[in-house]
Design a protein around this ligand. Structure first.
Ligand SMILES: Nc1nc2c(c(=O)[nH]1)N[C@H]1C(S)=C(S)[C@@H](COP(=O)(O)OP(=O)(O)OC[C@H]3O[C@@H](n4cnc5c(=O)[nH]c(N)nc54)[C@H](O)[C@@H]3O)O[C@H]1N2
Ligand SMILES: Nc1nc2c(c(=O)[nH]1)N[C@H]1C(S)=C(S)[C@@H](COP(=O)(O)OP(=O)(O)OC[C@H]3O[C@@H](n4cnc5c(=O)[nH]c(N)nc54)[C@H](O)[C@@H]3O)O[C@H]1N2
Ligand code: SF4
Ligand SMILES: [Mo]
Length: 698
């Protein structure tokens, strides 16, 4: 039986409001739960128990009065006819999507019995798998972490997005800290580097436009001619993974032109002399050769960066999804230290602001690592889930994985090298539990599916990695069907596992009150958001959160940063590059959020179908015509995409916009069929954009 859960016809939450005596419309404070730096404050309008609209909270400055298209349609997600509303058990082969409704009691008893049976023998054979389906501190790692800590399950290293850049910032600045986003409108030069903010951070884009109108010059550094690149004054379309070479050439030019702030360097940078010679060895011509751009463009960028002040860099994670991503971020992060750009609040660099919020978060109280009671479980990297699910027990790996509990993530679609991920999740001897709002590719592989609430149905507390406010999300409506918040599911599981520590009884209100330190929770609740105390120009006088307060060039154990070529590149693997001469990048599509929203039809219709951008020259050389189907392949696999012959791509680079659900793509696959599981130089992150392919007409 192929169960398409549907709403009970009588459900009051589904009948249009207002047929009977309408109660007044209430407005509820919400927070956008998605993995997006903008972390908008929501105003949810509710009447007769039905959420009518989700809009921007007009009082919250950082939300700038508007939400993105995706989240403006959040009620379509919550009231989607395919919402999972009941627990289900699998009744067909793994991946076939055949499920049968069961009761919560049966579901929880089944899960608890299986986990208990494994835990008495080998708790590390149990693996939690989660990421940022919601960024909420409660529905993320709170009650869930407590349960896995108490079990002694394997720990998950959550690397799939930001850990190369994060580790690089920590090595350079001592933490994930940077400029405050609200000061970008005062900048006179903005480098948008490895980011397509019109897609992925539209509120930052609004601020950059304000700067532009006030006379700022905007540069975009991106292999793809994105919508954002189109609207910048200059676009430097470098080859993927060559940002480190570009940064070294910029540094070399700053030194040659003596555009350095010697006083700032002397007082607030340690080890500058160690990178001087190396930077001088990078002329614009040398970098131009590696990056595949005109040397004149690099010279112009260096000249702008040396002379226009205040100069700000909006770095984003797009540029660190390659082998040398960590080194590249370290090199770029040094640029504002050499020019003293940090002296001004509209100068410096922003990759992530999450380090500011980390100081306010009380993760230990929520997640209770003390429940490990001295045990030190092995760590599994979420980015190598494909190979790790297929590994047998061994001394260096530890026990074979016997059970996976997935929540807030869709690894079948988002993890690299999908064929292995799918093979892992298809293992008949693997017990898989998936907490989900929808029947994703991953849920199709579950033994037990547990229905989770959406953001309108649960309480949560949010911090941001793009600004420095914290937000509260109040439940606006009752859970639909039998859906439950993640917290409640893990609480119920803890009870069945016989965990009797009082912390397993903490309700969501108690968790919310302990989530943040030094924040007046009732004031947060009254307003919906609160501002963290962060100085306007945090490093104007140095004071980086490093051991000596200085920015670091020569990091302990890492040395001086350098350009590291892609795994899959002419420099590092010429034989491979001869067979697969095109570099494929797979950045986000505007109307999806990772693999979220792919099942919202109105948004999917805008994206059309899975496509590959290829330049006219690269297409012609292969006999590929616009609008035709093409095979995109390498040694790891093959996918079929619709060719879009376009100058959005650059020579030698093809773009497969992410991240389609496999089952909603005509060939049942997505771009991650082609990506690999080799990790970045720092932070053990995946190198999604370090991927060579070849293209042929289908
Ligand atoms: N609409 C929408 N918004 C999103 C997301 C989404 O899926 N959809 N995802 C969210 C998430 S999880 C994240 S992590 C954030 C951050 O999002 P990012 O990962 O920063 O994604 P983008 O802003 O699209 O920027 C990526 C850009 O980097 C470019 N790029 C690829 N390789 C390289 C390279 O080697 N060098 C340089 N310089 N550029 C390169 C791509 O062409 C692309 O335009 O966005 C969030 N916002
Ligand atoms: N090729 C390629 N691969 C990529 C990327 C890329 O650019 N290219 N980007 C990478 C990046 S930056 C990231 S961050 C990862 C993202 O990877 P994931 O964090 O796995 O992101 P999503 O695909 O959005 O999947 C989140 C899932 O969580 C579910 N969910 C949301 N809220 C809740 C909740 O409250 N409870 C429960 N139980 N479930 C919930 C959603 O329905 C959704 O299916 O993907 C990475 N993969
Ligand atoms: S996805 Fe980003 S831009 Fe859209 S509402 Fe959420 S935080 Fe705002
Ligand atoms: Mo991400």
């Amino acid at each position: 039986m192929d169960v398409q859960p549907s709403f009970p016809a009588s459900s009051p939450a589904l009948s249009p409001a207002g047929t009977e005596a309408a109660s007044p419309v209430r407005h509820v404070h919400g927070a956008c739960p998605h993995d997006c730096p903008d972390t908008c404050a929501l105003r949810v309008s509710v009447q007769n128990g039905v959420a009518l609209r989700v809009q921007a909270d007009p009082e919250h400055e950082r939300t700038l009065g508007a939400l993105c298209t995706k989240v403006s349609r959040y009620t379509e997600r919550t009231y989607h006819p395919e919402r999972l509303l009941y627990p289900m058990k699998r009744v067909g082969p793994k991946g076939s999507g055949q499920f049968q409704r069961i009761s919560w009691d049966e579901a929880l008893d089944t899960v608890a019995a299986r986990l208990k049976e494994i835990a008495v023998r080998e708790p590390q054979a149990i693996l939690p798998y989660s990421y940022a389906g919601t960024m909420g501190l409660l529905q993320g790692e709170a009650m869930a972490a407590r349960v896995f800590h108490k079990l002694g399950a394997s720990l998950l290293e959550r690397t799939i997005c930001a850990s190369a850049g994060g580790a690089a910032l920590a090595a350079t600045y001592g933490g994930k800290v940077g400029m405050q986003v609200q000061f970008f409108p005062e900048s006179k030069l903005i480098l948008i580097w490895g980011s397509n903010p019109i897609t992925s951070s539209v509120h930052f884009w609004t601020l950059a436009q304000q700067a532009k109108r006030a006379g700022a010059k905007l540069w975009c550094i991106d292999p793809r001619r994105t919508d954002s690149a189109d609207k910048c004054h200059r676009h430097l379309a470098l080859r993927p993974g060559t940002d480190g070479a570009l940064a070294l050439a910029l540094m070399g030019e700053l030194i040659r032109q003596d555009a350095l702030d010697h006083d700032y360097i002397r007082r607030h940078v340690s080890g500058f002399e160690k990178i001087r010679e190396q930077a001088l060895a990078w002329t614009p011509e040398r970098a131009a050769e590696v990056c595949g751009v005109e040397a004149g463009l690099i010279r112009e960028l260096a000249h702008d960066y040396a002379t226009v002040k205040p100069a700000a860099i909006r770095l984003n994670y797009g540029m660190q999804r390659v082998r040398g991503g960590g080194n590249a971020v370290r090199l770029i992060a040094l640029l504002p230290c050499l020019t003293g750009a940090w002296r001004h609040r509209a100068g410096g660099l922003l990759l992530s602001a999450s380090g500011w919020a980390a100081q306010a978060r009380n993760d230990a109280a929520l997640q209770r690592p003390d429940l490990l009671a001295g045990r030190r479980p092995r760590v599994i990297n979420m980015s190598t889930i494909g190979q790790d699910l297929l590994r047998e027990a061994s001394p260096d790996f530890g026990p074979k994985v016997e059970a996976v509990v997935v929540y807030n993530s869709n690894p079948l679609a988002v993890a690299p090298q999908s064929a292995q991920v799918a093979a892992g999740f298809q293992r008949e001897d693997l017990f898989t539990v998936v907490l989900e709002q929808f029947m994703t590719d991953t849920a199709d592989h579950a033994d037990i599916v547990l229905p989770a609430t959406t953001q309108l149905e649960h309480l949560d507390v949010h911090t941001s990695y793009g600004h420095t406010d914290v937000l509260l999300n109040e439940p606006a409506i009752a859970p639909l069907g039998e859906a439950r918040p993640n917290t409640e599911i893990f609480r119920a599981l803890a009870a069945r596992l016989g965990f009797d520590e009082p912390c397993f009884k903490d309700d969501d209100e108690m968790l919310a009150r302990m989530a943040l330190k030094n924040i007046d929770f009732d004031a947060l609740r009254a307003r919906g958001w609160a501002r963290l105390p962060v100085p306007d120009a945090p490093f104007a006088e140095g004071g980086f959160p490093t051991a000596d307060g200085k920015a670091v060039v020569d990091a302990p154990g890492l040395g001086v940063p350098d350009f590291v070529p892609n795994y899959e590149s002419v420099q590092a693997s010429p034989e491979l590059a001869a067979r697969y001469p095109l570099a494929m990048i797979s950045p986000p599509a505007r109307h999806f959020l990772n693999s979220t929203f792919v099942n919202v039809k109105s948004l999917r219709d805008v994206e059309g179908e899975p496509a590959l951008e290829i330049t006219p020259d690269d297409a012609m050389a292969r006999g590929v015509v616009d609008g035709s189907l093409v095979r995109v392949f390498n040694d790891r696999g093959e996918i079929t995409l619709r060719a879009r012959v376009s100058t959005r791509a650059r020579a030698g680079v093809v773009v497969g916009l992410g991240l389609w659900w496999r089952k909603l793509a005509p060939d049942g696959r997505n771009v991650n069929e082609l990506t690999h599981q080799r990790l970045t130089d720092m932070g053990n992150a995946p190198s999604f954009y370090d991927c060579l392919v070849e293209v042929r007409p289908a």
